[in-house]
Design a protein around this ligand. Sequence first.
Ligand SMILES: NC(=O)c1ccc[n+]([C@@H]2O[C@H](COP(=O)([O-])OP(=O)(O)OC[C@H]3O[C@@H](n4cnc5c(N)ncnc54)[C@H](O)[C@@H]3O)[C@@H](O)[C@H]2O)c1
Length: 333
Amino acid sequence: MPSPSPEPVVRPVGLAVIGLGVIGRRMLEQAALSPALRVVGAWDIDAAACQRAQADFPDTVIAADARALMQAAGVDLVYIGTPPAFHRDYCLMAADLGRHVFCEKPLTARLEEARLLVTELNARATPNAVNFVFASAPAADYLAARLADGSLGDIAAIEMRIFFSQWPRAWQASAQWLRLREQGGFVREVLSHFVYLSLRLFGDCRLVGSQVIWPADPSLCERAASALLNCAGIPATLSAASGASGPDEVVYTVRGSRGALRLTNWYEVEESDGQAWRPVVLPADSSGDPRTAAYQRQLANLVCFARGQPHPLPDAGIALQVQTVIEGIVSVP
Ligand SMILES: NC(=O)c1ccc[n+]([C@@H]2O[C@H](COP(=O)([O-])OP(=O)(O)OC[C@H]3O[C@@H](n4cnc5c(N)ncnc54)[C@H](O)[C@@H]3O)[C@@H](O)[C@H]2O)c1
């Protein structure tokens, strides 16, 4: 009898990480938990950031520069975790080297540049995806399932609300670009996730009107913003503010004729049938940490993307739709 043929060996997807700040380091930390991913190398323009990453993740090979990083043998996918002003250059460098592109949101700092980048990636037929974690987070999947099963009745209203006592938040103290109007601000940085989630859940999300309060110093980002959006016929209100006391809030609410759901603190879901909100217990992964669960699902989907398999990650075209709404609120003509 012929012996059974051995299982084909599937090698891990080779990842290059560019930008070793808050999110680049999170990628190193999370990729280390995923056997299907191998970090081939990493690089940051700041030598101190490279040294810190090397000290905290000793297995990481620090490349000589961005091009050497992307060209290294075994790199399938380039993850771009720099501030938005540099995303386009690195996306195109990776695309021209034949690598898959996984870019952080927002796609770019300026809307015209984002439009250009989508055209450029399409012209090169570069497989690309953008890191909106609500593409994979169990909490977002739960909302999608409850909308699909009709149990909330007719959806009548959506609310997106954020408040931060301090911006940037304490854990982002090193990312001072987030304070600046040029490419930072909490509308771009945080509400973009809710606009993406609305596109995912409802298929459309457009800006109807908005108002922003700016600080006296024209270099600084917004102090507060409000907007009305139209999500496939459902009205959505958006409100954002920072710089006062009280707990931070990041809340996305969907209200239907028979019930309401809200996503709080990024990864938790609460439900109401008209009475007080009560928590929904979501299936946990082995880590027991909802952020890790969401990130690991995102990375599992990233592996599917890199292998050309079906996956739910949004591409640059969807990120452009998000950015069109966001820049409609905060870009200064
Ligand atoms: N998907 C998410 O949930 C999420 C969360 C946080 C941040 N982000 C996004 O990730 C990106 C980075 O944010 P962050 O909070 O890590 O910022 P950060 O300032 O902490 O880190 C950015 C890093 O990029 C490096 N850098 C700057 N210019 C560079 C260049 N030209 N070449 C190479 N490296 C360069 C900096 O030295 C720094 O180490 C932003 O686009 C941000 O919006 C996404």
